[in-house]
Design a protein around this ligand. Structure first.
Ligand code: UDP
Ligand code: LCN
Length: 807
């Protein structure tokens, strides 16, 4: 069976039981369905369905009898139901990435298994009947390109794309020497600035290469282990080997052995190891366009948060890894990394109006800012490609996009130059707002989702690989669909219907989680390294009695531990939620003080709708729960060195960090706090649920259950009072987790390996990639350009939060 058969069989088996199950509970089910259809056309979510069932079958025992077995299983996996009387169509998600659609007749309870396309059409009838009926409504189907590339089969394998691509390459290249030919051809193309690498034309067949490797390996292994490459370079060259195998005998012999083994009988471990040693990547371009991209004084400006921190740290880590690899392969080349962003003429005192800026703590990396606006506010035809080619003295070897706007530009430049291309999103907008697809018309003037979702879909399909920070970003959790998964099948009535937007089983998906800069965020116990010069300022920030534009509220009892939270004042960050939980929970208020960093205090000065509302809410909560004396609210902070010392200062008070977001894509503050040894409570909605192992390396809290969350925090502090060691255990648990899974070293290693393996994989699938690219070009030309053209250029005041800037 193919992958598709396998999935269809598995899921069909589950919904196959539905007719019988409905028949068995016919009396109750007919009443439930009558209720579902009673109010007419609408879209119902799981919770609403559940409420209706509870109200229809009031008796608890009876209800649980009806819902035990397959009916309960199906209903509890239902994400939504589209009601168009007399039918109710269900979108059922059995497992991450695995969906089924069924249509039930409310009167006779007959069941039809339908395709995703039919489900979408049915759903459209709630929002735009005429469009739903239009035979020629635009359908987008990237699934048609899926027929010949392998896919992973299990939900649990999603996100480990690199591992699977190595396996797929293994089976493609194995078998006989003819199959391994593409690898030889690839090696023969490798050069750097005209200098050949790895092998030359002498070794132009698998047989010749195999024989030469045996000879060379014997020769090299007989030399002392650390003989520099130059000492035997000449000999190897005579046999057809060029630079790039290693810097000394040991490394060269290892690389040769790995390739010999691959040619003898390939296996995925050697395959990945071999590609990780290939001297292919020197120059990287990263597009990060949205918000203010700068190295200082930008955090907290509109749209500017963790992604800037992420890119800057990423560049530093990638450069270090590139330098190491280039040296280990015995080469002298210098890497170059360019972060391309937009130039903002009115930069509000930071450096976003400078064209070039070297990146601090790197040797070869720069920010390049290109103007996107003319003085008239019109998007100009500025071509970043020409500038990149000039600065890099040629094509980059890898292009990475970040977030919607960076990703679409990256995909265009990469396609134009024929360069390997990765994308990063971390926060795709689609899942942030309920029904943002079907209700796109209502939201478009504010958020431009038509443009944004099109851009996202183009970029994710064009990319050779996708870097995510967590599994949930791709395929969600048991109950919640992932951000990418939400692009599998969706519809924007009146615009287009996406019957297959992305397949989360595509091996292009990879989890590579970011870290925190460990030279800044290090444990509070490393006393000699601490940035003690900030301590007086931090004391003032936390404890002075005065209220000013930097802080309001005060802490009457300085001896209490502090619970600390720091975030942009967005609704989704839920800082006000935490303040309210604290306000309500007397036990917690007795145990600890609350310190919040975020936003500022005068709502009339905010340019952001959400921030304005949150500022007002904070003030009213402080008033309502009489928090002064127990709360300190500090305005947004921009100095990461001082912030790191603030985390450590809180750790000195034996406090904790709390991240209460309603949803968090990854959550850099969580790993910053954990790196500083501060026990951390973080939302179970999104990335932090994966970062923290509950009760071992920190704690999960449910942002939708404030009482439970605040009691969990209170329990921790009570337990710490009785058991002094407990706080340390949690602090160390957090640090252990970070060092095992969340460091920039681990990240850079993975991402470069992706660039190298997918660089070859795209060559192996050239034809299919080209066909897909033509389809993407058409979507870009016929849809995206039109949508982008219609975007009004926003004035400063009403700038939307989610925005797309075309190239
Ligand atoms: N941050 C900051 N000052 C603030 C609020 C946040 O420096 O007032 C930093 C924080 O230390 C972290 C980043 O901004 O490095 C926020 O990243 P996160 O992933 O937590 O959230 P995002 O803002 O990207 O949604
Ligand atoms: C965007 C977000 O929303 C955060 O959750 C991430 O931590 C940040 O980007 C960095 O990836």
């Amino acid at each position: 069976f193919s992958f598709f058969d396998y999935h269809l069989m598995a899921s069909a088996a589950a919904v196959d039981t539905m007719p019988d199950a409905l028949r068995q509970s016919r009396y109750h089910m007919k009443r439930c369905f009558a209720r579902f259809t009673g109010t007419g056309r609408r879209l119902m979510k799981f919770q609403q369905l559940n409420n209706e069932i509870e109200q229809t079958i009031e008796d608890k025992l009876e209800r649980s009898k009806v819902l035990e077995g397959s009916l309960g299983d199906i209903l509890s996996s239902t994400q939504e139901a589209a009601v168009v009387p007399p039918y109710v169509a269900f979108a059922i998600r059995h497992n991450p990435g695995v969906w089924d659609y069924v249509k039930v007749h409310a009167d006779n309870l007959s069941v039809d298994i339908i395709t995703s396309t039919d489900y979408l059409k049915f759903k459209e009838r709630i929002f735009d009947e005429n469009w739903a009926k239009d035979e020629y409504a635009l359908e987008i189907d990237f699934g048609v390109f899926d027929t010949c590339t392998p896919r992973v089969a299990l939900s649990s394998s999603i996100g480990n794309g690199l591992g699977y691509v190595s396996k797929f390459m293994t089976s493609k290249l194995g078998g006989n020497s003819e199959s391994a030919k593409p690898l030889i051809e690839y090696l023969l193309t490798l050069d750097h600035h005209g200098e050949k690498l790895m092998i030359n034309e002498i070794l132009n067949t698998v047989e010749k290469l195999q024989a030469a490797l045996v000879m060379a390996e014997v020769y090299v292994s007989a030399l002392p282990k650390d003989t520099p490459y130059q000492d035997f370079e000449q000999k190897l060259k005579e046999w057809g080997f060029e630079k790039g195998w290693g810097d000394n005998t040991e490394r060269v012999a290892q690389t040769m052995k790995i390739l010999s083994e691959i040619l003898q009988a390939p296996d995925p471990i050697n395959m990945e190891a071999f590609f990780s040693r290939l001297p292919v990547i020197y120059n990287i371009v990263i597009f990060s366009i949205h918000g203010y991209f700068g190295q200082a004084d930008v955090l907290g400006l509109p749209d500017t948060g963790g992604q800037v921190v992420y890119i800057l740290d990423q560049v530093k880590a990638l450069e270090e890894e590139l330098l190491l690899r280039i040296k280990q392969q015995g080469l002298k080349a210098k890497p170059k990394i360019l972060v391309v962003t937009r130039l903002i003429p009115d930069a509000k005192g930071n450096k976003c109006n400078q064209e070039m800026e070297p990146i601090a703590n790197t040797m070869h990396s720069h920010i390049l800012r290109v103007p996107f606006n003319t003085e008239k506010g019109v998007l100009g035809p500025w071509d970043s490609t020409a500038k990149i080619l000039e600065l890099m003295e040629g094509k980059p070897d890898l292009i990475i996009g970040n977030y919607t706007d960076g990703n679409i530009v990256a995909s265009m430049v990469a396609s134009k130059l024929g360069v390997t291309h990765g994308t990063i999103a971390h926060a795709l907008e689609k899942t942030k707002y309920e029904d943002s697809d079907v209700k796109w018309r209502d939201l478009d003037s504010k958020y431009h989702f038509s443009c944004q979702f099109t851009a996202d879909m183009i970029a994710m399909n064009a990319a050779d690989f996708i870097i995510t920070s967590t599994y949930q970003e791709i395929a969600g959790s048991k109950n919640r669909p992932g951000q990418y998964e939400s692009h599998t099948a969706f519809t924007m009535p009146g615009l287009y219907r996406v019957v297959s937007g992305i397949n989360v089983f595509d091996p292009k998906f990879n989890i590579a989680s970011p870290g925190a800069d460990q030279s800044v965020y290090f444990p509070f116990t490393e006393k000699q390294k601490r940035f003690t010069k900030f301590q007086p300022a931090i004391e003032e920030l936390l404890f002075s009695k005065e209220e000013n534009d930097q802080h309001i509220g005060f802490l009457a009892d300085k001896k209490k531990p502090i619970i600390f939270s720091m975030a942009r004042l967005d609704t989704v960050k839920n800082t006000t939620g935490l303040t309210e939980w604290y306000g309500k929970n007397k036990r917690l208020r007795n145990l600890v003080n609350l310190v919040i960093v975020g936003g500022f205090f005068d709502p009339s000065k905010s340019k952001d709708r959400e921030e304005m509302a949150e500022i007002k809410k904070m003030h009213s909560l402080i008033e309502k729960y009489q928090l002064k004396g127990q709360i300190r609210w500090i305005a947004a902070q921009t100095d990461r060195y001082r912030n790191s010392e603030l985390y450590r200062f809180i750790a000195d008070t034996k406090g904790a960090f709390v991240q209460p977001a309603l949803y968090e894509a990854f959550g850099l503050t969580v790993i910053e706090a954990m790196n500083c040894g501060l026990p951390t409570f973080a939302t179970n909605q999104g990335g932090p649920a994966e970062i923290i192992v509950d009760g071992v390396s920190g704690f999960h809290i449910d942002p939708n259950n404030g009482d439970q969350a605040s009691n969990k925090i209170a329990n921790f502090f009570e337990k710490c009072q009785g058991d002094r060691k407990y706080w340390n255990t949690m602090s160390q648990g957090g640090l252990k987790r970070i060092n095992e899974c969340y460091t920039w070293k681990i990240y850079a290693n993975k991402v470069l390996n992706m660039g190298l393996s997918y660089g070859f994989w795209r060559q192996l699938n050239k034809e299919q990639k080209q066909a897909k690219q033509r389809y993407i070009d058409m979507l870009y030309n016929l849809q995206f350009r039109k949508l982008a053209k219609n975007l009004a250029i926003p004035s400063e005041e009403d700038k939307p939060k989610a925005k797309v800037q075309p190239q």
